[in-house]
Design a protein around this ligand. Structure first.
Ligand code: UDP
Length: 474
């Protein structure tokens, strides 16, 4: 006999900004579909959201939407920088978090009918299976990244890894189906640059990626139009895949249909947004500003920041630069660098600690995005139709930037040559000689936005996901 209440879904991201962003949006989409939701966040990140955002009042509109917290296992005053992520994995994730999740699921009322777990928290699959709860994995990284991670053992087996030094970086990799024509050694996930394929991070990434395919289904933040060939490959390993992205655009469409405010008025970020940059952008001509941001985790040496700064100053564009707290590494610290930059760049640019990124990308003054190629940032730029200049750092960023330049042809990839001359040239290429990239970026934006409109592929896939969860929970 069926339950006479709406399905109760638990959404559980890993404690990182990019993951929280897309998973909280998915939770809201499911709340709009009438489900009861529990969003499980690390206690530290929950408190940061409370401090910096209006999320508590925002979600109060959904009856049955609850926030619960879980410890990430590290002390609250731990700086969570440097190698903290591996530290968290090695020391606590598989033990403490797993145990806490299990206890919570045993005690929660009404019981959870379906878990949507972060693809990097594979232990939640074990817990769900043990307790007989259906589980769907949400992989928040790009499908290109997911498929490259999945394929690492095959690349090693074929003798195409490890990479044999810097002269080997442009060799094509032939053992990742779907990417044979454009994936070079330098475009592989950053971990593949390790000289030793026994590196713990490689093992972890492969383990977590392969484990995701043991869930009942997989959710990916993309569209069939963007990633069709890669999605077909992923489906050979996990037959039920829902491509429902870009999730920010999907949420905006669904909110508009309900006559609610678009999502960019609700902030879900872990730092306080500096809205003053919007007033600064309001005073700039159309498409005259390059927005420069490296996401929530990447840090940069003082030396690299100076190269970036000279490249920007020497280019012909104005810029809006995000320098997050703790962004600059090294002994000299961040503050003196930032003060120096602010002082010298008053007439050419504007610097903030954290920007309202979606609003910035959709501002008419912004004509380009110099990005670290994190997947959320890439999708947000695609939706807004803004061409990219890619300066990738780690994980899926190397392969994302390759897709931007070679598959979608909506920007330039400066990977591995990020000096002031290259920055200057690429900024001018994208911002001054705008025609080529703005045309292709506008076209891709239109295709992508159509996919989340009524009848579009991502729109239909979300409806299918909602229906399948209902059936799972009967
Ligand atoms: N972001 C933001 N303001 C900033 C910089 C980043 O709101 O000043 C948001 C951005 O919109 C994106 C997320 O932070 O949704 C970063 O995620 P991404 O996957 O691009 O990179 P990660 O932080 O995971 O490396």
């Amino acid at each position: 006999m069926g339950k006479d209440r709406s399905p109760h879904v638990l959404v559980f991201p890993i404690p990182l900004q990019g993951h929280i962003n897309s998973m909280i949006k998915l939770a809201e989409l499911l709340a709009l579909a009438g489900f009861r939701l529990t969003f499980l966040n690390s206690d530290l990140n929950h408190n940061r959201l409370l401090k910096f955002t209006n999320f508590a009042t925002h979600f109060a509109r959904y009856p049955g939407f609850e926030f619960k917290t879980i410890t990430d296992g590290l002390p609250l005053d731990h700086p969570r920088s440097g190698n903290w992520f591996m530290e968290m994995y090695e020391q606590v994730i598989e033990t403490k978090m797993k145990q806490n999740l299990r206890e919570m699921l045993l005690n929660i009322s009404p019981p959870v009918d379906c878990i949507i777990g972060d693809g990097f928290l594979g232990f939640s699959i074990d817990v769900a299976k043990e307790l007989g709860i259906p589980i769907i994995c949400f992989r928040t990284s790009s499908p290109h990244g997911f498929w490259a991670y999945y394929s690492i053992p095959d690349i090693i087996q074929a003798g195409e890894l490890p990479i044999k030094g810097s002269e080997d970086m442009d060799r094509l990799i032939t053992t990742v189906p779907g990417m044979e024509t454009y994936l070079r050694c330098r475009d592989l996930p950053s971990f593949c640059r390790a000289p030793d394929m026994e590196d713990p991070i490689i093992k972890l990434v492969v383990k977590e990626t392969r484990r995701s395919t043991q869930a009942d289904a997989l959710i990916l933040n993309t569209t069939e139009e963007l990633d069709g060939p890669i999605l077909s490959q992923i489906c050979t390993k996990c037959p039920t895949v829902y491509a429902i992205g870009p999730i920010n655009a999907q949420l905006n469409t669904r909110l508009k249909a309900e006559h609610r405010e678009p999502h960019d008025h609700f902030s879900n970020t872990l730092w306080e947004e500096d809205e003053s940059c919007i007033s600064w952008l309001d005073k700039q001509p159309n498409r005259s500003v390059i927005y420069v941001s490296f996401g929530s985790i990447t840090s940069m040496s003082r030396e690299k920041l100076v190269e970036l700064w000279y490249g920007l100053i020497n280019s012909k564009a104005k810029f809006l630069l995000v320098v997050r707290p703790n962004f600059v590494t090294g002994d000299e610290g961040e503050d003196d660098v930032v003060c120096e930059l602010l002082e010298k760049t008053k007439d050419r640019g504007y610097t903030v600690h954290w920007a309202p990124q979606e609003a910035v990308l959709n501002h008419p003054a912004v004509g380009g995005f110099l990005t670290h190629s994190g997947w959320n940032s890439t999708l947000e730029s695609i939706v807004a139709g803004v061409p990219m200049i890619c300066w990738p750092y780690f994980a899926d960023q190397q392969v994302n930037s390759r897709a931007v330049s070679e598959v979608w042809k909506i920007g330039l990839d400066m990977k591995d040559v990020c000096d002031r001359k290259t920055v200057e040239k690429m900024v001018n290429d994208v911002m001054v000689d705008q025609k080529e990239f703005s045309k292709s970026a506008t076209e891709l934006s239109q295709v992508t936005n159509r996919s989340v409109s009524v009848g579009g592929s991502s729109y239909n896939n979300l409806d299918r996901l909602v229906e399948d969860i209902r059936v799972m929970c009967l």
